[in-house]
Ligand binder design. Structure first.
Ligand code: NAD
Length: 370
């Protein structure tokens, strides 16, 4: 019964609830977004669960539009063409992807394929000269992320990772308050994110396609959240794994707890799992106050309170805000949010260290030497 689909359903229930509340459009919420003369034209690559969510959300976009698809499953083409008005000339497969280079109707390819294909797909798309958004986790490891960044730099294309929370209002308010010193000195962070995964045959449980387990898939939210809650980069990592089902989780991690040490002395105590639900929170404690986001990392509605009371930030469709926000960066030169390949590389360096610590029975791994 409980499965990744349930998780996605839970999240879409969240979207449903958000839809009942007054949803703010990203254009009204971010008046700084400048409406350019033309929209950013996007092709989605890998038409699975998340691509469907992004495509639906993009109907709300003011600065970006869905103009193309890349798919290896020909049976999906007719539905996508009819749902999103995509013309034949903007439909690609993995064999003719390179010819997208000559298509003036597509500015950016959004890669939503399984994790371990991100590296290959980013290199392929970069070679076409199109900008890129790639889903999280950006790669299997830091070395791959470095190669992806280098390929995009060489091709002169923008390279973003789908860290949609960087356009989410509660998250942005928490970061604003932290930067303004409203929490005082940050003393501790406690983040976790996980869910009970279902179908034992899915790619998320196969190392060759997923790169790793819960840590890769959703532990990255707790980790990225620790970085934006502190505004610091971790200098050491320790990690522990609990495995209760050695058959289902034969290839990937099941439940991981990990600690990140920061230069100021703050320690973030984090966790992630594929083995139980109701595990999603960001908690920041400062000398002068606190912030708690719960839920903190799903599609929303995100809930939050601080020492001042409920946060009451607007509810939005995360993916629409992300697409309009990144379109604003590309088309108008607005400064990039913390969603670049370089930001994702910082997470990958820490994830590599988490796995190294697990291999070494929890030993402290220092990141400044990486
Ligand atoms: P999914 O299995 O629903 O979709 C993956 C798609 O990739 C499918 O359409 C599949 O046909 C295609 N694909 C192409 N080559 C493949 C291959 N060799 N093997 C298997 N599938 C192949 O998965 P999803 O839930 O959409 O996740 C896709 C990516 O999006 C993952 O990296 C995941 O971490 C990320 N994601 C991000 C969020 C977010 O909130 N940012 C949410 C969900 C998923």
């Amino acid at each position: 019964m409980n499965s990744r689909r349930d998780f996605l359903q839970k999240l879409s229930i969240g979207i449903g609830a958000a839809a009942l509340a007054p949803l703010s459009s990203s254009a009204s919420l971010f008046p700084s977004f400048k409406k350019p003369g033309k929209k950013l034209r996007v092709a989605l690559m890998g038409l699975g669960g998340y691509a469907n969510i992004v495509a639906r959300a993009m109907k709300e976009c003011q600065l970006a539009s869905l103009t193309g698809i890349v798919t290896g499953t020909s049976s999906k083409i007719a539905v996508w063409k009819s749902n999103y008005g995509i013309p034949d000339k903007n439909v690609y497969n993995y064999g003719n992807l390179h010819t997208i280079a000559n298509n003036p109707d597509i500015d950016l390819v959004y890669i939503t394929t399984p994790n371990s294909l991100h590296h290959k797909h980013v290199l392929q798309v970069a070679a076409t000269g199109k900008h890129i958004i790639c889903e999280k986790p950006v790669a299997d490891n830091a070395q791959q992320a470095r190669e992806m960044i280098a390929a995009c730099k060489k091709a002169g294309v923008k390279f973003y990772v789908g860290y949609r929370l960087h356009f989410e209002p509660h998250t942005r308010e928490l970061i604003r308050m932290r930067k303004a010193g409203e929490f005082g000195r940050i003393m501790h962070v406690n983040n976790y994110m996980g869910f009970k995964i279902g179908d034992p045959t899915q790619w998320r449980l196969k190392k060759a396609l997923a790169g790793g387990g819960a840590m890769m898939d959703v532990g990255v939210y707790a980790l990225n959240g620790a970085r934006y809650a502190t505004g610091e980069e971790p200098i050491w990592v320790t990690a522990q794994e609990t495995k209760t089902d050695r058959v289902k989780f034969a290839e990937v991690d099941e439940t991981v707890t990990f600690q990140l040490g920061f230069p100021s002395g703050v320690v973030a105590s984090c966790g992630t799992t594929y083995n139980f639900n109701n595990y999603e929170r960001l908690y920041l404690i400062g000398e002068k106050g606190f912030a708690e986001l719960s839920p903190a990392f799903g599609y929303g509605p995100i809930g939050g309170k601080t020492h001042l009371g409920p946060m009451n930030q607007p509810l939005i469709t995360h993916q629409a805000a992300q697409m309009d926000g990144l379109a604003d960066c590309i088309l108008n030169g607005t400064p990039d949010p913390d969603m670049t390949g370089e930001e994702a590389l910082k997470d990958m360096i820490a994830i590599d260290a988490v796995y190294e610590s697990l291999r070494k029975e929890g030993r402290k791994i220092y990141l400044d030497k990486k």
